[in-house]
Design a protein around this ligand. Structure first.
Ligand code: PRP
Length: 181
């Protein structure tokens, strides 16, 4: 599927599934080296991260634990409201643990900054952030992303966990809204 039509909008392919899969293998190999001998906790930020999280931990392959936060900043809007809501807390204890925060996309950086502040209160041993996608031109907050899959332009993307009004998360590739010329 090279494009997706939603109403009058056309989304063109940005990252085909093979390219995503290959990059995740590289990221996972890097994490295996960096976390050798440790048992990290992968912490996914729902909903968007669920597919990336699943593929990443399978490729990681080593001993690890998994938990999720659920946040909402965008709701069904295309632009961030600027306010983050915590909809689900962690179930695990993070004190003294090595944490890998897993995001599908970092846009303004607001969500990651919010999570990092929340987690810092519980004194983990270490916290790093991995995001499949980063929009460098959209960053507004001082968010440090340790592992980045792809830097992409500041355009609306769907697929591979990313939604348009809660739909299209189950597309295997990532698509970008075609700009009008
Ligand atoms: C998206 C995405 C990130 C966040 C990134 O979540 O999954 O968590 O926005 O944007 P930011 O860097 O500007 O904070 P969203 O609130 O759309 O919820 P979802 O994951 O359920 O789609």
């Amino acid at each position: 599927m090279e494009s997706v039509k939603i109403g009058e909008d056309v989304f063109e392919i940005l990252l085909p599934e093979e390219q995503i899969r290959a990059r995740i293998k590289e990221l996972a190999a890097r994490l295996r080296l960096d976390y050798a001998g440790k048992t990290p906790i992968f912490i996914g930020i729902l909903n968007g991260s669920f597919i990336f999280m699943s593929d990443l931990v399978k490729e990681f392959g080593d001993v690890c634990e998994i938990d999720f936060f659920k946040l909402s900043s965008y709701g069904d809007e295309l632009i961030s409201s600027g306010a983050v809501k915590l909809l689900k807390e962690l179930n695990c204890t993070v004190t003294g643990r090595d944490l890998i925060i897993v995001e599908d996309i970092v846009d303004t950086g607001l969500s990651i900054k919010f999570i990092e502040q929340l987690i810092a209160e519980h004194s983990p041993n270490s916290t790093r952030v991995i995001s499949l996608l980063l929009k460098p031109d959209s960053l507004k907050y001082d968010a440090k992303i340790d592992y980045i899959g792809f830097e992409i332009p500041s355009r609306y993307v769907i697929g591979y966990g990313l939604d348009y009004k809660q739909q299209y998360r189950n597309l295997r590739s990532i698509y970008v809204l075609r700009e009008e010329v």
